[in-house]
Design a protein around this ligand. Sequence first.
Ligand code: PGA
Length: 248
Amino acid sequence: MRQKLVVGNWKMHGSRASVADLLDKIVAAMPAAAPGVAVCPSYVHLSQAIQLCAGSAVAVGGQDCSHMQSGAYTGEVSAQMLADLGCRWVIIGHSERRQYHSESDSLVAAKLGAAMAAGLQVIVCVGETREQRESGEAEAVVASQLRGALDGQANLAGLVVAYEPVWAIGTGLTASPDQAQAMHAFIRGCLAGVAGIDADATRVLYGGSVKAGNAAELFARQDIDGALVGGAALDAGDFLAIVGAAQA
Ligand code: PGA
């Protein structure tokens, strides 16, 4: 049985005041038997978030990390720095990184290796664009992103995959439970062929306009093991409702 996992990706949102407000509410209302829960604020709010979540069931993660360990890389943050600060998780290969920062599969693979080496739990994101889905390439794109990230990795222990169709991110369009389940089953099939992965034990999250109102029907499907939540993670009530749906 895979434990469900709900991760909030706060993207480039928040202030010290809003982080305090959001986490006070989330931590206070977190159910005792919560599923896995993590929040990923911006780098500058990580330290504050780690303090506010201390002793709670809410873990904290980064939204990205460098593929390098240390050195003259202005503006970069290493996986080791995240781990040292107290982060447990890191998101790698989000479509916004791929789109706005030209992250290639090989860069995603190098970041994944660095994050694993630092002892972080990694969520690697994959997903097709609208054009790719409409031209029937969705599975081929996702399979190729998975191969590009995972092939040849020395350590993939505890890896989490997030399926985030680009056309569903921040658009209000969600993949239907049937569409998501079909792709999640396909992803699990791909993982079964990767050395170092126990496909049945690997959590595959869905991401893309997950809300309080659609989480339960997604989580009811066999291969959907939780969610990577963007917009709805910025509202304590919405996020807690999604966590509650994962618990049910
Ligand atoms: P969204 O974002 O929930 O706002 O669609 C999800 C994500 O990008 O991880």
